[in-house]
Design a protein around this ligand. Sequence first.
Ligand code: COA
Length: 262
Amino acid sequence: MPKAAGIAYRESGKPQTAAKHSPLILIHGAGGNALHWPPQVRRMKGRWILSVDLPGHGDSDPEGQSTIEGYVSCLETWLDELAIERAIWAGHSMGGAISLMASLTLPSRVAGLILVGSGARLRVHPSILDATADAETLSSAIELIMSWAFSSKTSSQLVGLVGKRMAETLAHVLHHDFKACDQFDVMSRLGEIRAPALVLCGQDDKLTAPKYSQYLSDHIPQASLRLFEDAGHMVMLEKPDEVARVIQDFITQIQLAPGESG
Ligand code: COA
């Protein structure tokens, strides 16, 4: 996998005139990696898409971070190294928090926001924080997270695969991710966001309840909400075709707006 600023990423559909375009960047959640996004989203037709392994995750070199601002700063350096001025930021869960923070602190670099299973405040259950604090209890932490992360309609094969991938994350990285989420709160700042936003959530999400997405959609000035039936927190893996379609439509709308190119 290519790397920039030590951050590994997968890339699809880079146009020849890349300098004129804003790519879609995909940012996974706590304990994830680029493969938390399904191929239907990572390789959407006609789109330039970069899917990252956050620092501390997957194949990336830099240390994991313990604040959302820390991850934003790493991604800013990564974008600088790739000479990407502006992007549509799509984030799942903690990745959504990173995208929201970027839209507040680096507004000129955010052409659009796609917030998947996320929220403006992400308090973490003490049992998750406790169980991830010790490498000895990592497997029980992952079991707990997996039991909350999917709709009951989702195949056990998918649940098993995602759990296996999460188990590859170092315990302290996962713990710091959850600490970063627990401290994140921009509930009073959503009115400042200027980027258009698409908010997606599974109806059965138990880690970031649909009411969190409703709040985002109600308080971000230009936002639309889409809820998915029979899907939980990992909605993009549980409903990959439907999620890809909604994202495609959103990007088309952004590109039709004056002054934007995709
Ligand atoms: N958007 C809208 N409302 C939110 C919100 C958000 N992002 N985050 C919290 N709230 C609401 C809650 O629904 C609650 O409303 P209520 O008083 O009407 O019930 C209120 O704000 C306070 O909630 P919270 O800050 O979460 O504190 P809490 O003490 O009620 O609960 C937890 C703490 C950890 C038990 C709870 O947040 C939880 O179960 N979280 C989900 C599980 C988890 O760990 N998720 C991981 C996320 S990365």
